[in-house]
Design a protein around this ligand. Sequence first.
Ligand code: NAD
Length: 483
Amino acid sequence: MSEYKMWIGGKWADAESGKTYPVFNPVTEAEIARVPLGDKTDVDKAVEAARKAFPIWSKKSQGERFQMVMKIAAIMRENAKEIARIDTLEHGTPAGLASMIAGDLPEWFEWNAYNARSLMGNTVPQGPNELIYLQREPVGIVALITPWNLPLLMIVEKLAPALSVGNTCIIKPASINSLTALKLAELLDKVGLPPGTVNVITGPGGIVGEALASHHDVNMVAFTGSSETGKTIMGLASKTVKRLQLELGGKNPVIILDDANVNQVAESMVGRQTFNCGQICASPGRYYIHEKIYDEFLEKFTTGMKKVVVGDPNDETTQMGPLVSAEHRNRVEAYVKSAVVEGAKVILGGKRPTIPPGNKGYYFEPTIITNVTQKMKVAREEIFGPVAIIMEKFNSDDKVIEMANDNVYGLAAYIFTQDAARGMRFANELQAGTIQIGRTPARDQDVPWGGFKESGIGKEHSVVGLYEYTDLKRIQVDLTLRK
Ligand code: NAD
């Protein structure tokens, strides 16, 4: 078992209190590491380090920052295998998926390093004796608070743009799986960033996260996590009017119209529902299936879900590993029970499978629940597991749009049809930040990502996302001024 330290001001540090807490392997349920239990004192130290580093990092030329961020990309590429190994160890990500994610991480740094070089200001036309220009500047000290579901990717998506435009950062990874974040710190330590440019503090959200969100010297919180925590952070951050960027939960409708290619949709939804064991913000949340194809879809989808290979994520044939923790499995299980109590039917799964050897691990079967109505808890709340929620069949486009929009979330929506114009009409009416017509979403650098309604504020990715980490300064000069 390994003992880890936090990274503050370019140095490895225990928590000031000396306390640590355990990290568990979701496959073996064994304690695999202990990490420092940070608190407000450690947050104060990290903020002080980031504050000291800010004038150094922000005043570097864009070209110098570019070189440094490209070095980060390079060292992450050299260490992709090790990053993937830790991801599987602490999160249970199937090895193939973990390698794919780790292999993509360097590109997030490269994309942002390049694009930060082309962020230009503006001049505003005025009379001959006046100049007004707008200059983009880094926001300052940014706290990155991230979830456990894609532990390192969620950090990198924020760190790459924040650093590239000159902010200094404090990373607060998910408390249950912080090891990839500490591996990132180890790599950053080697590239020669000015001390304090990036800091990593481990510990519970209610203590470390809240201390960051309320700290008067933190200028921005970039947060990915649940909507409930997002609301708490908004409240705390309001005291000092911090910039907020919030990527929150979803309950994403999947609308399958009568002209959809049922085979294709069933196959792609099996993959999507069980991807990362359903622990994805854009996972299918509620299926609305047209009455003409309802039976055919359900039969094909069920056949596909039965074939998903659940098991040890280190095994090459495994398609779906365990859920992240015992606590989260209890939560998913409780949702399934609530559906039954409210009158829905579990037609597949709904239980813990037996996975040899030893029947250990936080596994949960691919599950399908039918006969779900709009008011049921499983139709309204995010489950975050391999549980497909099949709503009652529909026969009217207008009615299904109304039902799809009848939810507090607005992250993603999927429409399956062979008629592009019909799909685009849905796209115009659906209240979600990401609309997928005939395909599943991909998080890529080129396209903005972010939710409507209680799914978030602001956008990540693309130059729109890069702007979120800058502020616009207006400078007005009287050109008649002379000494
Ligand atoms: P969470 O809200 O429980 O935790 C997220 C982070 O916030 C963790 O680091 C946690 O320690 C911290 N935190 C917890 N309480 C806090 C508090 N009171 N103050 C400050 N910080 C606090 O979320 P989770 O369970 O780790 O992640 C799952 C959620 O993340 C789901 O709702 C999912 O939809 C969402 N998510 C959204 C996106 C997106 O792009 N919209 C992407 C991934 C995950």
